[in-house]
Design a protein around this ligand. Structure first.
Ligand SMILES: [Ca+2]
Length: 415
């Protein structure tokens, strides 16, 4: 964050040499960057609130220059540049300037976003300026506490798995602990090589960290090649969702791409790995998440991006042996927590009326209702596939740099 802040400051300095109009724009951009949030009372790992997606307790602060006080107003009504009303107000007279106040020990008090509806909200700040009137800042952000936004009339959802990994000791992930938290899967310790319970960069708790070693991909051998763990769901379902928090390590080399967890379904007697890796979709489908890089697909580099997210879908209607990329039109950002979610509703066998919905950081990015997951009526949603690896089936998918992927707050639900 510090390095990025430095480059923003350099850009701003360059713009200041241009026109007064650009000068104003640059100042506003730099100021909105000073409204940050953390998920810890210690304000660790702050991220920009502007454009962010938040849930639960958050700790918002103004970190820019102040002479005097900072007044916060949530969802303000602003008339002629003046704040007429707000759903929540708070004034801080001394640094640190916390949205919900500062305790005597110096810790920030929490603001509970569950007091807000899910969706877009605005926070206005009046920041004191010596000798001038306070400067008005307004930032927009998304609140997203509901795991899934159910359609009107949709049946209630049942949680199958809810795992935060916070009670685990730091160190290697054992088959026993994984199976207790996520569900029945491989009992062989070797299948978990490269997976550790690691400290959450957001301040407290644990996450599952998967090491993706330099120059390795899924068909390499040993630690750092990534993992595929098939988790049997408690039953067979026709509507299910998989959601989790996801973070790529700082400076992660996205290279050609790799796989991330998702759901799949196979008919009784068909191994769950069948509708993957170029296998048959006659008796199964799969819907993992992928990041793709521009060396694999040109679209993944559009706009100067290093990668793009897609649903990697194996389905009965696909024309080749490989699955189809359902584009999310959104990149992952290294060293940033993302919240991803995919929901699958099975089609009437033989009819293309299945649904695929996907969200990243509270934004719906896929909304399809024409998917033909299955021709075989014996196919349902039966497994969660914890895939975290680079690949692709060749060393072209490896990266020259070492990296890792953190996953947390796994939530599997069905209706
Ligand atoms: Ca956790």
């Amino acid at each position: 964050m510090k390095n990025r802040g430095g480059s923003i400051a350099l850009v701003s300095t360059a713009l200041l040499l241009l026109t007064p109009f650009l000068q104003t724009m640059a100042a506003e951009a730099a100021s909105s960057d000073s409204v940050v949030y953390s998920i810890s009372a210690g304000r660790t790992s702050p991220e920009k609130l502007s454009g962010g997606s938040v849930r639960g307790d958050i700790y918002v602060a103004w970190t820019g220059p102040v002479s005097g006080s900072v007044y916060f107003a949530l969802d303000p009504v602003i008339v002629d540049g003046a704040i007429k009303s707000a759903s929540y107000e708070h004034t801080e007279r001394y640094r640190p300037y916390d949205l919900s106040g500062t305790s005597p020990s110096g810790a920030a008090a929490a603001y509970d976003t569950r007091d807000l509806s899910d969706g877009t909200h605005r926070l206005a700040l009046l920041v004191g300026r010596d000798g001038t009137s306070p400067e008005l800042q307004v930032v927009s952000f998304e609140v997203r506490n509901a795991t899934v936004t159910p359609a009107p009339g949709a049946p209630p959802r049942t949680t199958m798995v809810s795992a935060d990994f916070d009670d685990q000791a730091a160190g290697p992930v054992s088959p026993k602990s994984f199976n207790e938290q996520v569900g029945p899967s491989n009992g062989d310790t070797g299948a978990y090589q490269g997976m550790t319970y690691a400290a959450d960069t957001r301040g407290s708790g644990k996450v599952i960290r998967t090491h993706l070693a330099a120059n390795k991909y899924i068909d390499s051998s040993g630690e750092g090649r990534g993992n595929v763990l098939m988790v049997k769901l408690p039953g067979s379902y026709d509507s299910a969702c998989a959601a989790y928090d996801l973070r790529f390590s700082d400076g992660f080399g996205f290279s050609a791409g790799g796989k991330l967890p998702g759901l799949l379904g196979v008919a009784p007697g068909t191994p769950p790995s069948t509708p993957e890796g170029g296998g048959s979709t006659e008796h199964g489908w799969s819907g993992r998440l992928m990041w793709l890089g521009p060396t694999a697909y040109r679209f993944a580099g559009e706009g100067g991006n290093s990668n793009m997210a897609v649903t990697y879908l194996y389905h009965a209607r696909q024309t080749g042996i490989w699955g189809d990329n359902i584009q999310w039109h959104r990149p992952f950002v290294a060293d940033r927590w993302h919240h991803v979610e995919q929901c699958f509703i099975m089609n009437t066998p033989g009819r293309a009326d299945g649904k695929l919905e996907a969200w990243i950081d509270g934004q719906m990015v896929v909304d399809r209702s024409d998917v033909l997951y299955r021709d075989d009526p014996a196919v349902h949603i039966t497994h969660f596939d914890w895939s975290v690896f680079r690949g692709g089936g060749s060393s072209l998918w490896a990266s020259p740099t070492d990296g890792y992927v953190d996953i947390d707050n796994l939530h599997l639900s069905r209706s």
